[in-house]
Design a protein around this ligand. Structure first.
Ligand code: GDP
Length: 296
Protein backbone atom coordinates (compact mmCIF):
# COMPACT_ATOMS: atom_id res chain seq x y z
CA UNK A 1 0.00 0.00 0.00
CA UNK A 2 1.57 3.27 -1.09
CA UNK A 3 0.38 5.68 1.56
CA UNK A 4 1.59 8.90 3.06
CA UNK A 5 2.24 7.03 6.27
CA UNK A 6 4.20 4.24 4.65
CA UNK A 7 6.30 6.81 2.76
CA UNK A 8 7.15 8.55 6.00
CA UNK A 9 7.99 5.29 7.71
CA UNK A 10 10.17 4.19 4.80
CA UNK A 11 12.10 7.43 5.14
CA UNK A 12 12.58 6.83 8.83
CA UNK A 13 13.81 3.32 8.17
CA UNK A 14 16.26 4.67 5.59
CA UNK A 15 17.62 7.03 8.23
CA UNK A 16 18.25 4.03 10.41
CA UNK A 17 20.51 2.36 7.86
CA UNK A 18 23.86 1.51 9.35
CA UNK A 19 22.31 0.62 12.63
CA UNK A 20 22.62 -3.01 13.48
CA UNK A 21 18.95 -3.51 14.18
CA UNK A 22 15.64 -1.85 14.84
CA UNK A 23 15.37 -0.92 18.48
CA UNK A 24 12.52 0.00 20.75
CA UNK A 25 13.42 3.66 20.36
CA UNK A 26 13.22 3.38 16.56
CA UNK A 27 9.76 1.93 17.00
CA UNK A 28 8.90 4.94 19.16
CA UNK A 29 9.93 7.24 16.27
CA UNK A 30 7.72 5.30 13.91
CA UNK A 31 4.80 5.38 16.32
CA UNK A 32 5.14 9.15 16.45
CA UNK A 33 4.56 9.19 12.68
CA UNK A 34 1.50 6.97 13.12
CA UNK A 35 0.17 9.38 15.73
CA UNK A 36 0.72 12.35 13.40
CA UNK A 37 -1.01 10.58 10.52
CA UNK A 38 -4.08 9.88 12.67
CA UNK A 39 -4.22 13.44 13.97
CA UNK A 40 -3.94 14.76 10.42
CA UNK A 41 -6.92 12.57 9.54
CA UNK A 42 -8.81 14.36 12.35
CA UNK A 43 -9.03 11.45 14.75
CA UNK A 44 -9.64 12.85 18.25
CA UNK A 45 -6.59 13.01 20.52
CA UNK A 46 -7.75 10.64 23.31
CA UNK A 47 -8.75 8.11 20.65
CA UNK A 48 -5.35 8.46 18.95
CA UNK A 49 -3.55 7.85 22.25
CA UNK A 50 -5.53 4.73 22.95
CA UNK A 51 -5.10 3.43 19.44
CA UNK A 52 -1.35 4.05 19.32
CA UNK A 53 -0.96 2.27 22.67
CA UNK A 54 -2.64 -0.81 21.18
CA UNK A 55 -0.48 -0.63 18.07
CA UNK A 56 2.64 -0.25 20.19
CA UNK A 57 1.86 -3.38 22.15
CA UNK A 58 1.54 -5.34 18.92
CA UNK A 59 4.60 -3.73 17.34
CA UNK A 60 6.78 -4.60 20.27
CA UNK A 61 5.47 -8.14 20.19
CA UNK A 62 8.32 -8.90 17.77
CA UNK A 63 6.31 -8.18 14.63
CA UNK A 64 8.21 -5.00 13.83
CA UNK A 65 11.39 -5.29 15.83
CA UNK A 66 13.59 -7.67 13.87
CA UNK A 67 11.47 -7.54 10.73
CA UNK A 68 13.22 -6.97 7.38
CA UNK A 69 10.95 -4.09 6.51
CA UNK A 70 9.82 -2.56 9.79
CA UNK A 71 8.05 0.42 8.16
CA UNK A 72 5.81 -1.83 6.09
CA UNK A 73 5.31 -4.17 9.05
CA UNK A 74 4.12 -1.28 11.19
CA UNK A 75 1.80 0.07 8.50
CA UNK A 76 0.37 -3.44 8.28
CA UNK A 77 -0.30 -3.52 12.01
CA UNK A 78 -1.89 -0.05 11.96
CA UNK A 79 -4.04 -1.01 9.02
CA UNK A 80 -5.20 -4.28 10.58
CA UNK A 81 -5.96 -2.55 13.86
CA UNK A 82 -7.98 0.17 12.08
CA UNK A 83 -9.98 -2.40 10.14
CA UNK A 84 -10.57 -4.52 13.25
CA UNK A 85 -11.72 -1.52 15.31
CA UNK A 86 -13.94 0.10 12.68
CA UNK A 87 -15.26 -3.15 11.20
CA UNK A 88 -16.20 -4.84 14.44
CA UNK A 89 -19.82 -5.89 14.65
CA UNK A 90 -20.75 -4.34 11.32
CA UNK A 91 -24.05 -5.67 10.01
CA UNK A 92 -27.08 -4.58 8.05
CA UNK A 93 -30.08 -3.04 9.81
CA UNK A 94 -31.50 -5.37 12.44
CA UNK A 95 -35.19 -5.97 11.82
CA UNK A 96 -35.58 -8.84 14.28
CA UNK A 97 -38.63 -7.47 16.05
CA UNK A 98 -42.36 -7.89 15.98
CA UNK A 99 -43.33 -5.70 12.99
CA UNK A 100 -43.33 -2.82 12.64
CA UNK A 101 -39.64 -2.74 13.51
CA UNK A 102 -38.95 0.81 14.69
CA UNK A 103 -35.76 2.63 13.74
CA UNK A 104 -35.03 5.84 15.63
CA UNK A 105 -32.76 8.41 13.96
CA UNK A 106 -30.68 10.59 16.29
CA UNK A 107 -28.15 13.34 15.68
CA UNK A 108 -27.54 17.06 15.48
CA UNK A 109 -29.36 19.35 13.07
CA UNK A 110 -27.65 19.30 9.69
CA UNK A 111 -26.00 15.92 10.31
CA UNK A 112 -28.09 14.39 7.55
CA UNK A 113 -30.84 12.63 9.53
CA UNK A 114 -33.73 13.39 7.20
CA UNK A 115 -31.75 12.57 4.07
CA UNK A 116 -30.48 9.36 5.67
CA UNK A 117 -34.00 8.37 6.79
CA UNK A 118 -35.12 8.40 3.16
CA UNK A 119 -31.96 6.66 1.96
CA UNK A 120 -32.54 3.91 4.50
CA UNK A 121 -36.18 3.62 3.47
CA UNK A 122 -35.03 3.05 -0.09
CA UNK A 123 -32.42 0.54 1.03
CA UNK A 124 -34.98 -1.43 3.07
CA UNK A 125 -37.50 -1.42 0.23
CA UNK A 126 -35.05 -2.46 -2.47
CA UNK A 127 -32.60 -4.71 -0.64
CA UNK A 128 -34.82 -6.17 2.07
CA UNK A 129 -38.20 -6.01 0.30
CA UNK A 130 -39.88 -4.24 3.22
CA UNK A 131 -42.95 -2.03 3.45
CA UNK A 132 -41.66 1.17 5.00
CA UNK A 133 -43.32 4.14 6.72
CA UNK A 134 -41.53 7.33 7.76
CA UNK A 135 -42.56 10.01 10.24
CA UNK A 136 -40.98 13.23 11.45
CA UNK A 137 -40.98 14.25 15.09
CA UNK A 138 -39.33 17.58 14.32
CA UNK A 139 -42.12 19.86 15.52
CA UNK A 140 -39.78 22.85 15.73
CA UNK A 141 -39.09 23.08 12.02
CA UNK A 142 -42.11 22.70 9.73
CA UNK A 143 -39.70 22.70 6.79
CA UNK A 144 -38.09 19.53 8.17
CA UNK A 145 -41.45 17.74 8.12
CA UNK A 146 -42.01 18.82 4.50
CA UNK A 147 -38.48 17.79 3.59
CA UNK A 148 -39.11 14.29 4.94
CA UNK A 149 -42.32 14.10 2.94
CA UNK A 150 -40.48 14.99 -0.28
CA UNK A 151 -37.57 12.60 0.19
CA UNK A 152 -39.83 9.78 1.38
CA UNK A 153 -41.72 10.05 -1.92
CA UNK A 154 -38.42 9.87 -3.80
CA UNK A 155 -37.58 6.72 -1.85
CA UNK A 156 -40.88 5.10 -2.78
CA UNK A 157 -41.89 4.74 0.88
CA UNK A 158 -44.96 6.08 2.69
CA UNK A 159 -44.96 9.16 4.87
CA UNK A 160 -47.07 9.67 7.99
CA UNK A 161 -48.17 13.31 8.46
CA UNK A 162 -47.25 15.32 11.52
CA UNK A 163 -47.45 19.01 12.39
CA UNK A 164 -45.75 21.58 14.63
CA UNK A 165 -48.75 21.82 16.99
CA UNK A 166 -48.36 18.19 18.05
CA UNK A 167 -46.11 16.67 20.69
CA UNK A 168 -43.38 14.35 19.40
CA UNK A 169 -44.60 11.55 21.69
CA UNK A 170 -48.15 11.82 20.33
CA UNK A 171 -46.86 11.80 16.76
CA UNK A 172 -44.80 8.69 17.48
CA UNK A 173 -47.74 6.88 19.08
CA UNK A 174 -50.06 7.73 16.18
CA UNK A 175 -47.50 6.66 13.57
CA UNK A 176 -46.84 3.39 15.39
CA UNK A 177 -50.54 2.65 15.62
CA UNK A 178 -51.00 3.37 11.91
CA UNK A 179 -47.98 1.25 10.98
CA UNK A 180 -49.40 -1.69 12.99
CA UNK A 181 -52.86 -1.44 11.48
CA UNK A 182 -51.53 -1.08 7.94
CA UNK A 183 -49.03 -3.93 8.32
CA UNK A 184 -45.86 -1.95 7.73
CA UNK A 185 -42.64 -3.89 8.31
CA UNK A 186 -40.62 -0.85 9.33
CA UNK A 187 -41.29 2.54 10.88
CA UNK A 188 -38.45 5.06 10.49
CA UNK A 189 -38.69 7.91 12.99
CA UNK A 190 -36.81 11.09 12.13
CA UNK A 191 -36.26 13.34 15.15
CA UNK A 192 -35.54 16.98 15.87
CA UNK A 193 -31.91 18.00 15.98
CA UNK A 194 -30.29 21.08 17.46
CA UNK A 195 -27.23 22.96 16.34
CA UNK A 196 -25.57 21.92 19.58
CA UNK A 197 -26.32 19.39 22.28
CA UNK A 198 -28.93 20.59 24.75
CA UNK A 199 -30.66 18.91 27.65
CA UNK A 200 -34.20 19.40 26.33
CA UNK A 201 -33.29 17.66 23.07
CA UNK A 202 -31.77 14.74 24.92
CA UNK A 203 -34.76 14.40 27.25
CA UNK A 204 -37.13 14.43 24.32
CA UNK A 205 -35.30 11.75 22.38
CA UNK A 206 -34.96 9.61 25.52
CA UNK A 207 -38.73 9.78 25.97
CA UNK A 208 -39.25 8.83 22.34
CA UNK A 209 -36.90 5.90 22.78
CA UNK A 210 -38.75 4.69 25.88
CA UNK A 211 -42.13 4.93 24.14
CA UNK A 212 -41.13 3.41 20.81
CA UNK A 213 -38.65 0.77 22.01
CA UNK A 214 -36.83 0.79 18.67
CA UNK A 215 -34.91 -2.23 17.45
CA UNK A 216 -32.30 0.17 16.01
CA UNK A 217 -31.25 3.56 17.38
CA UNK A 218 -28.95 5.06 14.78
CA UNK A 219 -26.63 7.94 15.47
CA UNK A 220 -26.22 10.03 12.32
CA UNK A 221 -23.02 12.05 12.27
CA UNK A 222 -21.32 14.28 9.73
CA UNK A 223 -17.88 12.87 8.85
CA UNK A 224 -16.68 16.41 8.13
CA UNK A 225 -17.19 17.31 11.81
CA UNK A 226 -13.76 15.91 12.64
CA UNK A 227 -12.79 16.46 16.26
CA UNK A 228 -16.22 17.84 17.25
CA UNK A 229 -17.85 14.54 16.38
CA UNK A 230 -16.43 13.12 19.58
CA UNK A 231 -18.34 15.40 21.96
CA UNK A 232 -21.56 14.91 20.03
CA UNK A 233 -21.08 11.15 20.03
CA UNK A 234 -20.41 11.11 23.76
CA UNK A 235 -23.57 13.08 24.52
CA UNK A 236 -25.78 10.84 22.38
CA UNK A 237 -24.19 7.68 23.73
CA UNK A 238 -24.83 8.81 27.30
CA UNK A 239 -28.46 9.59 26.48
CA UNK A 240 -29.37 6.56 24.36
CA UNK A 241 -28.42 2.91 23.85
CA UNK A 242 -27.10 3.40 20.31
CA UNK A 243 -27.14 0.33 18.07
CA UNK A 244 -25.40 1.77 15.04
CA UNK A 245 -23.77 4.75 13.37
CA UNK A 246 -24.31 6.32 9.97
CA UNK A 247 -21.43 8.54 8.84
CA UNK A 248 -22.68 11.09 6.35
CA UNK A 249 -20.90 13.36 3.85
CA UNK A 250 -18.16 10.86 3.22
CA UNK A 251 -18.03 12.27 -0.31
CA UNK A 252 -16.41 15.36 1.22
CA UNK A 253 -12.67 15.75 1.31
CA UNK A 254 -12.16 14.85 4.96
CA UNK A 255 -9.87 11.90 5.66
CA UNK A 256 -12.70 10.48 7.74
CA UNK A 257 -10.93 10.10 11.06
CA UNK A 258 -14.29 10.74 12.72
CA UNK A 259 -15.15 7.12 11.90
CA UNK A 260 -12.52 5.78 14.28
CA UNK A 261 -13.33 8.36 16.97
CA UNK A 262 -17.08 7.80 16.91
CA UNK A 263 -16.71 4.01 16.75
CA UNK A 264 -14.42 4.01 19.74
CA UNK A 265 -16.42 6.50 21.82
CA UNK A 266 -19.86 4.95 21.28
CA UNK A 267 -18.92 1.28 20.97
CA UNK A 268 -21.62 1.06 18.27
CA UNK A 269 -20.86 -0.39 14.82
CA UNK A 270 -20.68 1.92 11.80
CA UNK A 271 -23.40 0.52 9.58
CA UNK A 272 -23.60 2.89 6.64
CA UNK A 273 -21.81 5.75 4.92
CA UNK A 274 -23.61 8.61 3.18
CA UNK A 275 -21.79 9.39 -0.06
CA UNK A 276 -23.94 12.00 -1.79
CA UNK A 277 -26.95 14.23 -1.31
CA UNK A 278 -28.98 11.96 -3.56
CA UNK A 279 -31.43 9.36 -2.36
CA UNK A 280 -29.26 6.46 -3.53
CA UNK A 281 -26.11 7.89 -1.91
CA UNK A 282 -25.87 5.34 0.88
CA UNK A 283 -23.32 2.54 1.09
CA UNK A 284 -22.71 -0.26 3.53
CA UNK A 285 -19.68 0.87 5.52
CA UNK A 286 -16.44 -0.71 4.28
CA UNK A 287 -13.85 -0.70 7.08
CA UNK A 288 -11.03 -1.88 4.84
CA UNK A 289 -11.47 0.89 2.31
CA UNK A 290 -11.91 3.45 5.04
CA UNK A 291 -8.71 2.41 6.78
CA UNK A 292 -6.85 3.19 3.54
CA UNK A 293 -8.46 6.62 3.40
CA UNK A 294 -7.51 7.49 6.99
CA UNK A 295 -3.90 6.53 6.38
CA UNK A 296 -3.87 8.77 3.29
P1 GDP B 1 -30.80 16.88 9.31
O1 GDP B 1 -30.95 18.28 9.81
O2 GDP B 1 -29.93 16.06 10.23
O3 GDP B 1 -32.10 16.21 9.02
O4 GDP B 1 -29.96 16.96 7.97
P2 GDP B 1 -30.45 16.92 6.44
O5 GDP B 1 -30.86 15.53 6.07
O6 GDP B 1 -31.42 18.01 6.18
O7 GDP B 1 -29.07 17.19 5.70
C1 GDP B 1 -28.38 18.42 5.84
C2 GDP B 1 -27.65 18.71 4.53
O8 GDP B 1 -26.65 17.74 4.31
C3 GDP B 1 -28.56 18.67 3.32
O9 GDP B 1 -28.18 19.69 2.44
C4 GDP B 1 -28.28 17.29 2.72
O10 GDP B 1 -28.51 17.26 1.32
C5 GDP B 1 -26.82 17.13 3.04
N1 GDP B 1 -26.40 15.72 3.13
C6 GDP B 1 -26.92 14.73 3.89
N2 GDP B 1 -26.21 13.59 3.74
C7 GDP B 1 -25.24 13.84 2.84
C8 GDP B 1 -24.18 13.06 2.25
O11 GDP B 1 -23.97 11.87 2.54
N3 GDP B 1 -23.37 13.71 1.35
C9 GDP B 1 -23.55 15.03 1.04
N4 GDP B 1 -22.71 15.57 0.16
N5 GDP B 1 -24.52 15.77 1.57
C10 GDP B 1 -25.35 15.21 2.45
Amino acid sequence: MASALSDKLSRLVKDMRGQARITESNVQDMLREVRMALLEADVALPVVRDFVARVKEKALGQEVVGSLNPGQALVGIVNRELVATMGEGVSDINLAAQPPAVILMAGLQGAGKTTTTAKLAKHLIEKRKKKVLTVSGDVYRPAAIEQLKTVTRQAGAEWFPSSPDQKPLDIAAAALDFARKQYFDVLLVDTAGRLAIDEALMREIRELHAALRPVETLFVVDAMQGQDAVNTAKAFKDALPLTGIVLTKMDGDSRGGAALSVRQITGAPIKFAGVSEKIDGLEVFDAERHAGRILG
